[in-house]
Design a protein around this ligand. Structure first.
Ligand code: DX5
Ligand code: ZN
Length: 234
């Protein structure tokens, strides 16, 4: 599928909840992917950590390839790694449809966004809570997705940091209506509404989904909370 039609499909389906596989049962990876797919997820979020840019290790290319083999859902790959430019090609080859790197890890985000596009994937930048919106302002025209971290990148299960809300508002105003504005970290039934109201339309949720026994009910509940806040705003 081309990037243009992938993005058109995703935009027409917002608000989207993107389950983060970091919180799934890795001993049953295939089953977990199928369960969230059957529960109505339209996109999957994969967290890649290098123990260097973030103080934790998660998984890498073989797991991405394995997920790719068992689903056709768009794979939204969140690189929390130093020197992401060295790994864009292998991640794309392994099946990433969307590749997001941290603005803190590169000198020239525009170059890397161009490279991701040249490989046929959608491209995004992420910002940790201390990074100001100004750091991405000069590359927003090349971003299909902007990911606002609402926890310090590195671990699932952390508490939502409200500093994300102001950044979402400003980014939505700067980037316009078409960009996918994603928020990641501590998203649950209490925090998703304010994020939707602030302009987010892609909600990454790890523990909120995988710690429940009914994924469909959780995804539907989160989606409807995001929708109702958006409706209030409009
Ligand atoms: C954290 C990751 C998140 C993580 C979110 O660094 O980027 O995607 O899985 O986990 P929860 O939803 O549990 O905060
Ligand atoms: Zn993530």
């Amino acid at each position: 599928m081309s990037v243009t039609s992938l993005l058109a499909d995703l935009r027409s389906a917002v608000p989207l909840v993107g389950p983060s596989l970091l919180a799934c049962d890795f001993a049953n990876l295939e089953q977990e992917v199928r369960r969230v797919e059957q529960a109505g997820a339209k996109i999957l979020h994969l967290d890649i950590m290098d123990g260097h840019f973030v103080p934790n290790l998660s998984f890498g290319i073989p797991i991405l390839e394995a997920v790719r083999r068992v689903t056709d859902l768009p794979l939204d790959v969140h690189l929390m790694i130093a020197e992401p430019d060295r790994y864009i090609k292998p991640f794309r080859k392994a099946g990433a449809d969307m590749i997001t790197f941290h603005v803190e890890t590169v000198q020239n985000p525009r170059e890397l966004l161009d490279e991701i596009h040249s490989l046929g994937a959608a491209a995004g930048v992420a910002l940790n809570p201390p990074a100001p919106v100004d750091d991405v302002e000069n590359c927003l025209d090349l971003c299909d997705l902007v990911l606002v971290m609402s926890v310090m990148a590195g671990f699932g299960g952390q508490e939502f940091m409200p500093v994300a809300l102001e950044k979402l508002r400003r980014l939505r105003a700067l980037a316009g209506p078409d960009v996918l504005l994603s928020v990641d970290g501590g998203i649950n039934q209490d925090t998703i509404g304010p994020c939707a109201e602030a302009g987010a339309n892609l909600f990454v949720a790890g523990s909120a989904v995988f710690s429940t026994d009914n994924y469909r009910r959780t995804i539907e509940e989160l989606t409807s909370l995001a929708k109702s806040c958006k409706d209030i705003q409009v």
